[in-house]
Design a protein around this ligand. Sequence first.
Ligand code: KIV
Length: 286
Amino acid sequence: MAASDSAQEQAAPYGGGSAGPKRVRIRHFQQAKRDGVKITGLTSYDHLTAGIFDRAGIDFLLVGDSAGNTVFGYDTTLPVTVDELIPLTRAVARGAKRALVIADLPFGSYETNPREAVHTAIRFMKETGAHAVKLEGGERSAEQIRHIVEAGIPVMAHIGFTPQSEHGLGGHVIQGRGDRGAAQLLRDARAVEEAGAFAVVLEMVPSEAARAVTEALTIPTISVGAGPHCDGQLLVWTDWAGLTTGRIPRFVKQYAQLAQTLEDAANAFREDVSSGEYPAPEHEYE
Ligand code: KIV
């Protein structure tokens, strides 16, 4: 799409790189679903990765509360706060020129009532430059979604396995299994669509249940371990790039091995400094 022509931006096909829109908007999500074009998303928590993923044509960057694990080192996402996520979201928004930037509302910042949810969503929009927010929960979060959308803020919903409820769900348990599980998943999906969400993340659900939801909705479904039938795919970047050490979920495909690369580099640096190989004459000022 021509970057400068807003009429063309409306009409042109969705897609990454120079052929894609100048800035991904929520209407492009609807357009992608209609046209059968897959949407890509990665989490990002800082300015440098945001710029890299943006230049690669990733459509949206989620500043996930997974920062609780990846950035802050908590065991779960539960402790991470709005005040911790705001500076990360701001840094990502500064680095993303094309991608839609989505701020994740952390646990404890929206569940109590719609007023609290709107207040938190407004904080993210005013203080960070994000373009949308995400929150967890289907039927139980529909009122919150409705009020945030009425305040003019786009909402991505998140159903299936919702990490903020991991204790209530009994751990990292696949959701949407069996007839009852699939029926609940569909009810949750319909509730968030009806409440005005522009897209919905399906996390850790069987592919067939995700297919049924994808076919039933007019808004795009975004898979995090929900198989190939969804309208888009999202991964936590540190898992995807092999930076996370420890257990990686089965649904993740690793596209790099950054932890090993960095460890090798750190070892090489330490050895060079010990042996006097670094700094060499070309690194010295005259
Ligand atoms: O916080 C996060 O990264 C997420 C995705 C896994 C959906 O919520």
